[in-house]
Design a protein. Structure first.
Length: 330
C-alpha cells in the first residue's frame, strides 16, 4: 500500500499472490575415471497481480530445467563440465505497481507485466596442481534490466522501472593460483569477462559490450598458538555490467585473529577498505536518458569483535529448502 499525503503521486494498493510447486530428480553414475550426473527440475507457478482490487495480470508458468555434470581425470589433470538452468524471478519490489517519488524529475515504479528471466550456465574447469582454470558461457533469456519512460504531462520528468530484453550473453575466463609456502597460503585470482548485449538509445542500437576484469590477491598466514593473519586486495576493472558502465574500484583489507580457551574464545581485529578506494561510479544510457551515479558506501572501517562458543556442534542438515529463493526475492 502506497499513500502520498502531499499528492505528488497517486495512492496505490498493490497485491501479488503466487502459488509455487517444484520437484527435482537426479541420476548419478560413475565408471572408471568418469563421474557424471543428470538432473531435471520442474516448476509450476500461478501468479495473480491486483491493483486497487482489480486483477491486472494473471499468469501460469510451467518450466522444465535440466542440469548436467561430467568430470574425469587425465593423469594429474582434472576436468569438469557443468551445465545448469534456472529461473530468476523478479523481486516483489520490481513487480510492485506503486510509484515512488524521489524528486520532481525522478520517479520509480514496478512493472506488473515483468517476466522471469531464464539463466543457462555452461562451465568448463581444468585443475592441475596449484592451478585452476575456468571458462564459462552464460545465456539469459528475457533478461531483466532497468529502463526509463517519460511521465505524461510533466516535461523533464521520468520514471525508472524494470523491463525484459530478448537476451543477454557473456563469456568469461578465470585463473586461480593457490600455492602453499609453509604457514603462508596466498591465492591469486585473475578473471576477464566479455558481455554481449544491445539496446536502443536515442533511436539507435547501442552496444553494452565493454569487457571487465577481476584481480584478487588474498593472503592467509597461520602461526603457532592459534594466531591468524589475513591481508586481501580486490580490484574490479572498468567495464559493462548490464546497462551499467562501471569504473574501476578496489579494496584493501587486513585482519588479525587469536583463539584462546581451546579455540572457544576468538578475538578478531579487522580493518576494511583501508584506502577508501571502493567508491563506485557508473553511467547508464538507455532510451533517451544518460544517468551518472556516484556511490560512497563508506566501507572504510575498523571492527573489533570477541566471541565465545559455548557448545560446538555441526548442522547435520546439508540440504536447502526449495522456498529459499522465494524468500530472498524480498
Amino acid at each position: 500500500m502506497s499513500v502520498n499525503e502531499e499528492g505528488k503521486i497517486a495512492d496505490d494498493q498493490f497485491k501479488n499472490k503466487e502459488t509455487k510447486y517444484a520437484g527435482f530428480a537426479t541420476f548419478s553414475l560413475s565408471a572408471s575415471k568418469w563421474k557424471g550426473s543428470i538432473g531435471l527440475r520442474y516448476e509450476y507457478i500461478h501468479a495473480i497481480n491486483t491493483d486497487q482490487g482489480e486483477v491486472k495480470n494473471k499468469t501460469n508458468y510451467s518450466d522444465l530445467l535440466p542440469s548436467l555434470s561430467l568430470s574425469t581425470m587425465f593423469g594429474r589433470v582434472g576436468m569438469n563440465l557443468d551445465f545448469s538452468s534456472r529461473v530468476s524471478r523478479p523481486s516483489f519490489r520490481q513487480l510492485n505497481n506503486s510509484v515512488s517519488y524521489n524528486n520532481q524529475y525522478h520517479y520509480e515504479q514496478g512493472n506488473i507485466y515483468l517476466k522471469p528471466q531464464y539463466v543457462y550456465d555452461t562451465e568448463l574447469s581444468v585443475n592441475y596442481s596449484i592451478f585452476d582454470f575456468k571458462l564459462d558461457y552464460q545465456y539469459i533469456k528475457d533478461y531483466i534490466h532497468p529502463t526509463v519512460v517519460a511521465v505524461s504531462g510533466k516535461p523533464g520528468t521520468v520514471t525508472w522501472m524494470s523491463t525484459n530484453a530478448k537476451d543477454f550473453q557473456q563469456l568469461g575466463a578465470q585463473c586461480v593460483v593457490s600455492p602453499v609456502f609453509g604457514c603462508w597460503r596466498p591465492i591469486l585470482t585473475v578473471g576477464v569477462y566479455k558481455p554481449y548485449f544491445t539496446l536502443s538509445y536515442n533511436g539507435e542500437q547501442l552496444d553494452y559490450n565493454h569487457p571487465y576484469g577481476l584481480f584478487a590477491f588474498q593472503n592467509v598466514v597461520a602461526l603457532r598458538n592459534d594466531w591468524l593473519f589475513r591481508c586481501d586486495f580486490f580490484w574490479n576493472i572498468k567495464g559493462h555490467h548490464g546497462i551499467y558502465e562501471q569504473n574501476g574500484y578496489s579494496s584493501f583489507n587486513m585482519m588479525v585473529q587469536k583463539q584462546l580457551v581451546k579455540k572457544k574464545l576468538t578475538i578478531t581485529l579487522k580493518a576494511e577498505d583501508l584506502f577508501d578506494s571502493s567508491k563506485l561510479n557508473d553511467v547508464k544510457r538507455v532510451n533517451f536518458v544518460v544517468q551518472n551515479r556516484k556511490v560512497n558506501n563508506f566501507n572504510r572501517c575498523i571492527i573489533a569483535s570477541i566471541s565465545y562458543n559455548f557448545n560446538s556442534f555441526k548442522d547435520k542438515y546439508n540440504g536447502s529448502g526449495s522456498a529459499e529463493d522465494e524468500i530472498n526475492r524480498f
